[in-house]
Design a binder for this molecule. Sequence first.
Ligand code: ADP
Ligand code: MG
Length: 354
Amino acid sequence: MSEIHIRQLSRSYGTYQALKSCDLIIPDGALLALLGPSGCGKSTTLQLLAGFDTPSSGEIWADKELLSSPQKVIPPEHRGISLVFQNYAVWPHKTVAENVAFGLKLRKLSRSEVETRLNRALDMVRLGAFRDRYPFELSGGQQQRVALARALAVEPKILLLDEPLSNLDAHLREEMRFEIRRVHDELGITTVYVTHDQGEALVTADKVAVMRAGVVQQFGSPEDIFEKPANTFVASFIGSNNEIKGVKDAGGALRVGATPLRAEDRSSVAPGEPAILCIRPSRVQLCDPTTPGNRLDGTVKRSAYLGEYRDVLIDLADGGTLRAFVAPHLRPSIGDPVSVHLPPTACQILDAPQ
Ligand code: ADP
Ligand code: MG
């Protein structure tokens, strides 16, 4: 087990900075998700953590040990880490058991110790009954379990997972999220999980670091980043989000046209300056046109039935559009006048993007 400190970590390729002054603390035994769009520097961070790459500046510490700096990188085999990739990289000509035992044999463990650890790892990923099969006899999900068992069998201090579920179909992906969480809870290994899928990050992680263009935008619990996004990028990357342009009031509300909307003010701009009001579509409520306070009026532009809810797009009288996820039995028709209530506790004022 290890607590990891990443300090001012940067990595440049020529003049391009793939990672910029990253600071993160990964508590002992935590599962951290690195979440962000493709190309934001997630794999770069993981490769640095693994010791496959050298930082341009900054340091990585595990407890009291300096693992990486521009001057010195402790090699992967001396870090007590295991890495699992998106493409499972299981050996096609080895059975499940041979794949999982491979790293153990390299460590010159006794035969009985290999057998004990092999069985434990296979049981952990529920592949005990498949030990003599070859990868081609397994589904994609089972192959990824083999890769996970192989990573776990060597009993690493740190487990690194780089988009481990990306090659699986949607149904398996959802199931495996919970499996990875379960395995983590049973073993308690400090784990870093890289994904571009916000659902995956929210389900699996204790802490999420949202990245964009090499910069950590926000670091917090899944609830924090969903409920209190640091900026409009995080707000729209994590789930659906409405952004309404307006001007900040002296009272901390946001004025949209003539309508003041009360909200939690988390912006840094002065009154009179433009800012953005964010609210999740699931928090927008259809209401009576006489409802006082935090109400906007408009017309229905689009209405789509999605079974569990109805996705309604509204053209606002004050300009712009707003999405509302409402109860599926409500049937607003296109062109209908409609009013919505934006509960102040669901509204946040954030800085307009630069
Ligand atoms: P992610 O895993 O978030 O998709 P990466 O960490 O792989 O992103 O890459 C971050 C950025 O760094 C990308 O723009 C990528 O093209 C660039 N990059 C990654 N590795 C190299 C490399 N070896 N040489 C040059 N550029 C690289
Ligand atoms: Mg990547």
